[in-house]
Design a protein around this ligand. Structure first.
Ligand code: C2E
Ligand code: MG
Ligand code: MG
Ligand code: MG
Length: 286
């Protein structure tokens, strides 16, 4: 048919889409090797107390320093890694590396401990022994468990029975904090979450984005945040707001009583050396 109708041929073979598919395939098939070759990097983004501005913790965010495609953001490969299972190896590396780093900060600044927050994919809970991995890593690095926070999405813990639920309880008993990431985008409710060993909520960026423009505040979003923070606090959960991009947003969140904020207003995700600089001179030096 190619000869009979040249146009149809081009309609079926879209070079751009094909290139995109081939890139995805190339990335997907080399993920495991890339973990072994040490091609991943972690950046850390500060979680800051809305009242007073103290650095409370950091979230580890993975990047792939790809030899051919350059620095890749997680949305280019986390989904692929979840699909083909490489997330188990990658996730283990992320956990070990962030705990190792957090232990150095803790040793250098024993009086102002900051926590490290690590994203965990659903598949890590199902397809690997997450509890044993975390226990082993805490043991190897010497990081106190209460300085590790694991971020899971609502869908990962929703209706969690059996293995995931056991894992959450075992981690909680170990002293590790569990946070619900992107809270408010899924279907879970706080009444349900309060029965799980969850310590913190991370309010999805869409809530904060809803009251970005001071000239046109979105009262609906602000009302929802007020109610969520109030209820979360009554249930003993701390609340972090994601995507804080302006001083106005930070101030409104502070007044609402939100505990910590994370976003470009405070800092972009940065290299670990920058976090060390923010923490200042190590206590034991000099
Ligand atoms: P997340 O866990 O919700 O992380 C927050 C994302 O928001 C990060 O994107 C961060 O760079 C971005 N962000 C922070 N502040 C602002 C802001 O003020 N404005 C805007 N517009 N964005 C902001 P990033 O680093 O591209 O990561 C995207 C997602 O990839 C993460 O969302 C998380 O779901 C996933 N991810 C990242 N690292 C890992 C990892 O090690 N393991 C797993 N399983 N997932 C990861
Ligand atoms: Mg997160
Ligand atoms: Mg998040
Ligand atoms: Mg998010």
């Amino acid at each position: 048919w190619a000869k009979a109708d040249g146009k149809a041929r081009w309609a079926l073979f879209d070079p751009e889409r094909n290139a995109h598919r081939m890139t995805r395939q190339a990335l997907s098939s080399t993920l495991r090797q890339a973990v072994e070759r040490g091609e991943f990097r972690l950046e850390y983004q500060p979680l800051v107390a809305l009242d007073g501005g103290a650095l409370r913790g950091v979230e580890a965010l993975v990047r792939w320093d790809h030899p051919q495609f350059g620095m890749l953001a997680p949305n280019r490969f986390i989904g692929l890694a979840e699909e083909n299972g490489a997330i188990v190896q990658l996730g283990r590396w992320v956990l070990a590396e962030s705990c190792r780093r957090a232990r150095v900060w803790q040793k250098d600044h024993p009086d102002e401990p900051i926590s490290v927050s690590v994203n965990v994919a659903v598949r890590q809970v199902w397809d690997s022994d997450l509890v044993a991995d975390v226990a082993g890593i805490l043991d190897d690095t010497g990081l106190p468990p209460e300085l590790l926070q694991l971020e899971l999405t609502e869908s990962a813990v929703m209706g969690s029975a059996g293995r995931p639920l056991q894992a959450l309880h075992a981690l909680h008993e170990m002293g590790v904090r569990i946070a619900i990431d992107d809270f408010g985008t899924g279907y879970s409710n706080l009444a349900y979450l309060s029965r799980l060993p969850v310590a913190a909520l991370k309010l999805d960026g869409s809530f904060v984005r809803g009251f970005r423009d001071p000239e046109h505040p979105n009262p609906a979003d602000e009302t929802i945040v007020v109610a969520l923070v109030e209820l979360a606090h009554r249930l003993g959960l701390t609340v972090t707001a994601e995507c804080v991009e302006s001083a106005e947003q930070a101030e409104r969140l502070r007044r609402i009583g939100c505990d910590t904020g994370q976003g470009w207003f405070y800092s972009r995700p940065v290299a670990p050396e920058r976090i060390a600089e923010m923490l200042g001179t190590p206590a034991h030096s000099g």
